[in-house]
Write a protein that binds this ligand. Structure first.
Ligand code: KG4
Ligand code: ZN
Length: 345
């Protein structure tokens, strides 16, 4: 059994978590997530402020995670930390802290790619959310459709050409006068809307597309956002819920159909959702209904594990640790970086 500490500081959550176990048999002993509320004032994450907050929060957050798990520093076998992608100044706080802790304790440090972390998050709540599966990762910064034959082997099938799904939610929320981050607010408002009032085109979704077409799996949400902008200009205040519903339906149907294509092509029987937008109940329910027709099971994380957290980083880190991977002491932070373990078609 390995006991591993995970650290996540890539954006505006300072998070630490202790996991113990091996292989796919892993227990979450603690998880602390400190969300930086300050960014709400600015309607988006301010990088410099995020870094400073990580700096003041990292020590107490790690101490709390250790205390909740009932372990001392001496009880840790390894440290895993997000090193990419994300805000470099924010990432550096976690990376520097993790390296110093590992060096000071004489234990290994493992660098984790943030998006690979999201792939592992759902496995902490559902024992069957393990490969082989089709993954849809939808966050504020990324939209990725990935085939996962096994942990550590990833085939990226599609991605967004412009706005990420969460970013589209946040921008539409702004247009509708809703607070940041907008996803949950748009979801709630859309439930009250009439689906027949505003019907927006499904971006990059046409019946005659073939698997070899490069837009077969890709998505694009900036046109949809512009369509919403025009609709809000014409609509009255009482129409806001209907506009939200039109947007929500278009986005969800696009994501669901693209995922269904991947499930069919690769013959997968499991779909794993990850990233902040995976906390959207309407998306998960629509995905379940559609996948039932293909005989596939859908696994969605709870909001706590869908959004950025250190437990998923520790979980991915444990996998790499068990494979003998170790980060060098000059491990750096990177704003962007392809997923590790990429395989091509
Ligand atoms: O994964 P995450 O916590 O951070 C990033 O790595 O980006 O995702 C945050 C994003 C935000 O854009 C937020 O609006 C969106 O996830 N989000 C949602 C919901 N909850 C969070 N979007 C739609 N529906 C939700 N219920
Ligand atoms: Zn994320």
């Amino acid at each position: 059994m390995t006991r591993i500490l995970g650290i996540e500081t890539s954006c505006d959550e300072t998070s630490a978590s202790v996991l113990s176990g091996s292989g796919n048999d892993v227990a979450m002993d603690s998880l602390v997530i400190l969300s930086q509320d300050v960014h709400r004032i600015f309607g988006g994450v301010v990088p410099e402020i995020a870094s400073r907050h990580h700096l003041t929060a990292i020590v107490p957050v790690v101490e709390r995670a250790l205390a909740d798990a009932g372990v001392e520093l001496a009880g840790l076998d390894a440290v895993a930390v997000t090193y990419a992608p994300g805000l470099v100044g924010a990432l550096l706080v976690g990376v520097s802290f993790a390296k110093a802790l590992a060096y000071g304790r004489g234990i290994p440090c493992v660098g984790v790619h943030h998006m690979e972390g999201h792939l592992f998050a759902t496995a902490l709540e559902h024992r069957d959310a393990v490969p082989p599966f089709t993954a849809l990762l939808v966050s504020g910064g990324h939209t990725l459709l990935v085939d996962v034959p096994e942990w550590g082997r990833y085939q990226v099938l599609g991605r967004t050409r412009d706005d990420a799904a969460g970013e589209a939610f946040d921008k539409v929320a702004k247009l509708l006068g809703l607070p940041y981050p907008g996803g949950p607010h748009v979801e709630r408002l859309a439930r009250e809307g009439d689906p027949s009032r505003f019907r927006f085109a499904r971006p990059m979704l046409r019946r005659n597309q073939q698997p070899a077409d490069d837009d077969y799996y890709d998505v694009s949400f900036s046109g949809l956002k512009t369509a919403v902008l025009h609709a809000t200009k014409q609509a009255s205040d009482g129409d806001r819920a209907h506009v939200a519903r039109g947007f929500h339906d278009a986005l969800v149907e696009t994501l669901v159909e693209k995922t269904a294509r991947a499930v069919e092509q690769f013959g997968r029987e499991r779909v794993v959702l990850g990233g902040g937008v995976a906390g959207n109940r309407t998306l998960a329910e629509a995905m379940r209904q559609r996948m039932r027709t293909l005989g596939a099971e859908v696994y969605a994380p709870t909001s706590r594990l869908a959004t950025d957290n250190a437990a998923m980083i520790a979980r991915a880190g444990l996998f790499h640790y068990e494979r003998g991977e170790r980060a060098p002491l000059d491990l750096n932070a990177f704003a962007s970086m392809p997923l590790p373990g990429l395989v091509s078609a």
